[in-house]
Design a protein around this ligand. Structure first.
Ligand SMILES: Cc1cc2nc3c(=O)[nH]c(=O)nc-3n(C[C@H](O)[C@H](O)[C@H](O)COP(=O)(O)OP(=O)(O)OC[C@H]3O[C@@H](n4cnc5c(N)ncnc54)[C@H](O)[C@@H]3O)c2cc1C
Length: 305
């Protein structure tokens, strides 16, 4: 790994100060959270920032809290390890905790933040599909004040978001959800650990108790399009219908048609499409089967079952 070039390093203690440093500094500045993407880019991929603005001393950016209306707010600087073990997240949305647990190693997750996983805008970001399937919103703060948007609109392309210069991702907000909501995240990567997703699928379902009709359904995909995406056509296959194995398979087929994967070192586009088809069906059936959350270390067996 190469040594980084000399750079200016700033450690602001407020959002306003961080934004001001970035606007005054002009091009060539980068925000720093856990550094697990940024430092690798500097040491291995030739990125040479002119200056770095560390966000970790801004106290308001960390933590997970339940709002009065039942929504959940996750500060952008919250580490993925905190998301993985949070009693609130594990109890309410175990598949979101699971998606955080799928990132790298425990050492990486102790540094890596949920905001960095979104702001880096990698199509394969593991936490993005689960958040998209929960209809999460992204909150940004900059010189023009604060604004919120659907998380799906935050991503613009690989490595690109809609954040303006100096704008900071401050929070991810999960709106209040039906208490019957169940979900599942499947990361498909043949290696056991420390590999990026070949594809990722997250689903959420609210099923009618009487007949298992899908009152609401969300299907989100990672690593198969320029940005993490929802699959509205596949969702439409299930909406209002009784969930059966055949219909879950049909939704998987539709999802594989809707995505636009590329071929790269990990996988061909064709294989990715096939894995979306198989794993979307599997995620839907796993979610509907419910049961106690499965510890993430045991889940790889279940993935290939
Ligand atoms: C060995 C290894 C394994 C990995 N495995 C996985 C994996 O399996 N799955 C996966 O999804 N990722 C993986 N990653 C990538 C990485 O850990 C995650 O994307 C991580 O969540 C990034 O968060 P961070 O806090 O480290 O971001 P940083 O590296 O600090 O920042 C990343 C980018 O986002 C910007 N940024 C960060 N926070 C904000 C903010 N609040 N507002 C605006 N901009 C911001 C930074 O300027 C930078 O451009 C791996 C990385 C390593 C080194």
């Amino acid at each position: 790994m190469k040594r980084t070039e000399p750079l200016e390093f700033h450690q602001p203690t407020s959002l306003a100060e961080a934004t001001r440093i970035m606007l005054d500094g002009g091009p060539g500045g980068h925000f720093l959270a856990g550094g697990t993407d940024l430092v690798i880019a500097m040491k291995e991929k030739g990125l040479v920032p002119r200056y770095v603005v560390d966000l970790k001393r801004i106290p308001s950016l960390s933590g997970i809290r339940e709002e009065d209306d039942g929504g959940i707010t996750i500060g952008a600087l919250t580490t993925l390890r905190e998301v993985e073990i949070s009693p609130l997240i594990v109890g309410r949305y175990p598949f979101l905790a699971q998606s955080a647990a799928e990132v790298g190693s425990i050492q990486i997750r102790n540094r890596a933040t949920i905001g960095g996983n979104m702001a880096n805008a990698t199509p394969s970001a593991d936490v993005a599909p689960a958040l998209l399937a929960l209809d999460a919103k992204a909150k940004l703060a900059g010189s023009g004040g604060e604004r919120s948007m659907d998380l799906k609109d935050f991503f613009r392309g690989p490595g690109q978001t809609v954040a303006e210069p100096g704008e900071i991702l401050t929070e991810l907000l999960i709106p209040p959800r039906d208490p019957r909501l169940v979900g599942e995240y499947i990361k498909f990567s043949p290696r056991d650990m420390m590999d990026l997703a070949y594809i990722g699928v997250a689903v959420t379902l609210v099923l009618a108790e009487a007949d298992r009709r899908c009152e609401s359904v969300a299907i989100a995909l990672g690593a198969v399009s320029p940005t993490p995406m929802r699959a509205p056509g596949a969702e439409a296959v299930l909406q209002g219908q009784v969930l059966t194995e055949e219909l879950a398979g049909e939704a998987g087929r539709k999802a594989s048609e809707e995505c636009s994967p590329i071929s790269d070192v990990r996988s061909s586009a064709e294989y990715r499409r096939a894995m979306v088809r198989v794993n979307t069906k599997r995620a839907l059936l796993n979610a509907a089967a419910g049961g106690a959350p499965v510890p993430w270390t045991s889940r790889r067996d279940r993935r290939y079952a």
